[in-house]
Design a protein around this ligand. Sequence first.
Ligand code: CO
Length: 134
Amino acid sequence: MFERIDHIGIAVTDLEEAIELYEKTFGMPVTHRETVAEQGVSIAMLQTAESHVELMQPTGEDTPVGRFIAKRGPGIHHIGYAVPDIEAALVDVKAAGLRLIDEKPRRGAADSRVAFLHPTATGGVLTELIESAH
Ligand code: CO
């Protein structure tokens, strides 16, 4: 069901500073930047040969990523797995009895469709399914 790791999501407090590290020091080009208002987050996607890192700065304290940083500090937030058909993947994980955050796909960055599984269902790892825009 999971094709590959599409990206690792990292919560940051200063997006520009984080981009500097990943782009200039680690040599990973920025392929996409966007503020996803519904998720209260400004993101930058940076590319490696196989996958991406998604740097996420919250737009405010009272957002999912803002609350994450307040509670746990900046750091690894989630793992995003590419799936070919997000509706089918959600049916499968629901059938397996896993608790979901998103019953239905919602809009992610770059017109992708995403859904999160609840970390209590996945050993404490927030897991995102992502179907890229084709
Ligand atoms: Co993500």
